[in-house]
Design a protein around this ligand. Structure first.
Ligand SMILES: [Zn+2]
Ligand SMILES: [Zn+2]
Length: 142
């Protein structure tokens, strides 16, 4: 079974697809993700390049974070964030992009499995998922 997710920004100008299963689905608390996405915790999936069909970068707005190898891509018209590229080196698509395409629900196959860089958190989360203090759970240096 191979699911295909048809994703689009708020205004519909940017569309992209993801198919199959993500490599990762998690919550990241690291300071870099928090800064890149202007959020207290990033809730997102990571995909193999072969499993996503991303828009041409020249058609996107690009937010490259100063001094870091962290980039966020969004729609140049409505401004909605569509994906990012940063550690662990694969396209990262926020859960919210899938929720928007799925009536507000996160598809069950994308249910997050852990918290990453929990020691850098600014909010505590009381759930049953593994709390990885650094990035070792996905092969990153902690
Ligand atoms: Zn748009
Ligand atoms: Zn992070």
């Amino acid at each position: 079974m191979s699911e295909t997710y048809e994703l689009s920004c708020d205004c519909g100008r940017v569309t992209m697809t993801a198919h199959g299963d993500p490599e990762l689905s998690l919550y990241c608390h690291c300071g870099s993700c928090r800064a890149l996405y202007s959020t207290d915790m990033l809730s997102a999936t990571g995909w193999a390049d072969d499993n996503v069909d991303l828009p041409d970068e020249s058609k996107m707005f690009v937010h490259k974070m100063d001094g870091k190898d962290m980039t966020r891509y969004g729609c140049p018209k409505c401004g909605m964030t569509m994906y990012g590229r940063h550690k662990p080196g694969i396209p990262v698509i926020p859960h919210g992009v899938f929720r928007k395409a799925n009536g507000g629900k996160l598809p069950a196959a994308l249910t997050p499995t852990l918290h990453l860089f929990y020691r850098e958190r600014v909010i505590d989360v009381d759930d049953d998922l593994e709390k990885s203090q650094g990035g070792e759970a996905v092969g990153l240096k902690s």
